[in-house]
Design a protein around this ligand. Structure first.
Ligand code: PRP
Length: 178
C-alpha cells in the first residue's frame, strides 16, 4: 500500500518532455525513413502517455500495438523472470518495429521483450525509452534512443506510477516521503 505521507517534486517539466519527444521523433523518423510501415509497440502500462505523444510526432506510416510484461524479483538468484501477460495483437515478421518504454531500470524487461520480438524475425527492431537509469542496470542492454538519463530516484508521472497512482501527472516528479 502507498505511504500516504509523501510529496511530489517536479523533476522534468511537461515542456522539457515535449521538446525531447519532438527531437526523438525526428531521429526515429529519419532512421526509419524508407519504411512502408513502422509498428510502434508500447509496453503497458507505463508507456501509454509517452507512446501517445511520440507516435503523433513520428512522420511515417505507423501502426500501434501493445504488449504487457510483468517481472518478478528473485533476490536469492539476483535474476528476474519476465512474463508476458498480454502479447501483441499483430504479426511483426519482416516488419519494422519500434519498442517504446517509459523507463529502463535493471533492463530485464527490455532485454526479455527484445529477445522475444527478435525471435519473430522482424526486418528491423529498435527501442526508445523516455527515461534511463543506468546506475541500476543488471543486464547489458541499451535502447537506441533515450530521452533523459536520470539518477536512482523514485519517480512518478507521465505514465509512471506509485502503487498505480500518479500516472496522469503531465510532468516527471520525484517522490519525497514526509
Ligand atoms: C516498469 C517500467 C518498465 C520496467 C522497467 O514496469 O514501466 O516496463 O518496470 O524495469 P526493469 O528495467 O527493471 O525491467 P512495471 O512492471 O512497474 O509496470 P507498469 O509499466 O505497468 O507500471
Amino acid at each position: 500500500m502507498p505511504n500516504s505521507q509523501y510529496a511530489i517534486d517536479q523533476m522534468i517539466s511537461a515542456k522539457s518532455i515535449a521538446a525531447r519527444v519532438e527531437s526523438l521523433a525526428k531521429e526515429i523518423t529519419s532512421y526509419f525513413k524508407d519504411t512502408d510501415k513502422l509498428i510502434v509497440v508500447g509496453l503497458l502500462r507505463g508507456s501509454f502517455v509517452f507512446i501517445a505523444d511520440l507516435a503523433r510526432e513520428i512522420d511515417l506510416p505507423i501502426e500501434i500495438d501493445f504488449l504487457e510484461a510483468s517481472s518478478y524479483g528473485n533476490s536469492m538468484e539476483s535474476s528476474r523472470e519476465v512474463k508476458i501477460s498480454k502479447d501483441l495483437a499483430g504479426e511483426i515478421s519482416g516488419k519494422d518495429v519500434l519498442v517504446v518504454e517509459d523507463i529502463v531500470d535493471t533492463g530485464h524487461t527490455l532485454k526479455h521483450v527484445l529477445q522475444l520480438l527478435e525471435s519473430r524475425k522482424p526486418r528491423r527492431i529498435e527501442a526508445c525509452a523516455l527515461l534511463d537509469k543506468p546506475s541500476r542496470r543488471e543486464v547489458d542492454i541499451k535502447s537506441r534512443w533515450s530521452g533523459f538519463e536520470i539518477p536512482d530516484e523514485f519517480i512518478v508521472g507521465y505514465g509512471i506510477d506509485y502503487a498505480q497512482m500518479n500516472r496522469n501527472l503531465s510532468y516527471i516528479g520525484k517522490v519525497r516521503f514526509i
